[in-house]
Structure formats: C-alpha cells, structure tokens
Design a protein around this ligand. Structure first.
Ligand SMILES: C[S@@+](CC[C@H](N)C(=O)[O-])C[C@H]1O[C@@H](n2cnc3c(N)ncnc32)[C@H](O)[C@@H]1O
Length: 205
C-alpha cells in the first residue's frame, strides 16, 4: 500500500532524529549463517541498536548480491520486520574476501564465541569497544561457530559467560546481547568525544 504524505514525513522525521545516535564505523559481520530467521533477527538488531551496517559471508549464494534486491526479498523483509529496508547489508562470497575488504578499509575485527579462541579473550562487559575507530564484530555459523581464519585476523575474542548446561546461545540472541554492549559504549563515546585516529585518542568535542 502506498504511504500517504503524512506517513512519509513522519518516517523522514524519525530518520533524521535517529541519525546522530547511529554508531559510525561499526559493522556486524555474520559468517556463513544458515537460518534465515537468524539473519533477519541480526538485521533487526543492527537497525534497532544503531549499528551502521551488516556484512554477510555467504558462500552458498543464498542471498542476492545487491542490497536493493535484498530489500525486495520477502523472507528477509519478514524475518527482519522490514529492518532490511533501512539498514545497509553487503554480502561476500568468502571469509577471505570479507577480511580483505575490512582490512583495506582499516577496520579492526573482533570475534564472538562461547569458547576461548583468540590470543586475547575477554568477557563481554569487561572489554572496551571504543579503542578502535573502525570496528567489525563477527558472529559465527550456527553449527561451527567462527572460522579459524576470522579468529586469526581478530584482535580479541568476546564471550558471554554461560551458566547453564548447554554450550552456546542462539546466534540471533547473541547478536542482540553483544551489540547492545558495543553500541552502548560507542554511543556514549561518540557523544563525549570525536574520533581522532584508529587508536582512539580522546579529544573533547
Ligand atoms: C550457536 S553458536 C555456535 C556454536 C558453535 N558450536 C561454536 O563452537 O561456536 C553461533 C554463534 O553465536 C555466537 N555465540 C553463541 N553463544 C555465545 C557466547 N556465549 N558468547 C559469545 N558468542 C556466542 C558466536 O558468534 C557463535 O559463533
């Protein structure tokens, strides 16, 4: 159904209001997700929490190459409750291609895992997510988790402590918990300071 002029202007107004709260230079990366519900949930979380973009490593070519085409894909629109219309999503054929793109653009990667994986392992709320101006947060495949290659190229491995009998949290759920903490810290930092360099020299705005 076509939107009325009034509806269009209230959408525009909301888009303007939220602009300054979006976390600049923050990307959520999903590595080889299988379940479309998880993909939709992550895009919804990305949008709701003000993450700038989502990247999806999709070697099976389950998703269209182009964001415009993704926006028209019913399964993504439904599972993300239309967040796909508002949050930019880019797909990659491989983990290598995604890492190459991120590193070429000076992004620092961190991975998430319920296990001790990286050289530097941290508990979610004990780390500082403002030290890198450009940050990519990786979430792994539902069965296998994050790849060794993604871990090798990451600065730290973040985990949410587990107190139950099961090994891990659901992928979509994890993205909400992790991105909440990361965006909370970065929004506060953005409010207080302006970025200076990729090691985050704090200068009053
Ligand atoms: C279902 S889990 C994958 C479990 C897999 N067996 C493994 O070894 O990682 C899917 C993804 O959710 C995230 N995840 C799940 N539980 C987590 C936790 N407790 N801490 C951090 N990330 C978690 C990670 O990104 C993980 O790759």
């Amino acid at each position: 159904m076509e939107k009325t002029e009034k509806q269009k202007s209230s959408v525009r107004q909301r888009a303007n209001e939220i602009k300054e709260y979006r976390c600049k230079n923050l990307i959520a990366v999903i590595e080889e997700p299988r379940d479309i519900k998880n993909i939709g949930t992550i895009i919804r979380n990305v949008n709701a929490l003000g993450v700038e973009k989502a990247y999806i490593v999709d070697p099976r070519k389950a998703l269209p190459d182009d964001w415009q085409e993704m926006r028209e894909k019913k399964s993504l629109s439904k599972t993300s409750v239309s967040a796909i219309k508002w949050s930019f999503v880019k797909r990659f054929d491989s983990t290598e291609a995604c890492i190459e793109h991120l590193e070429r653009n000076n992004f620092v990667s961190i991975v998430t895992s319920p296990h001790i994986k990286g050289r530097n392992n941290v508990v979610l709320d004990e780390a500082d997510y403002t030290i890198y101006t450009k940050l990519a947060v990786w979430f792994g495949n539902e069965a296998r988790g994050v790849s060794d290659l993604a871990v090798e190229h990451s600065e730290m491995c973040v985990s949410i402590p587990m107190f139950g009998m099961i090994e891990s949290l659901n992928l979509g759920t994890t993205s909400g918990i992790v991105l909440y903490e990361v965006t909370k810290q970065r929004r506060e930092y953005q409010r207080k300071y302006r970025w200076r360099n990729n090691r985050g020299l704090k200068i009053d705005a």
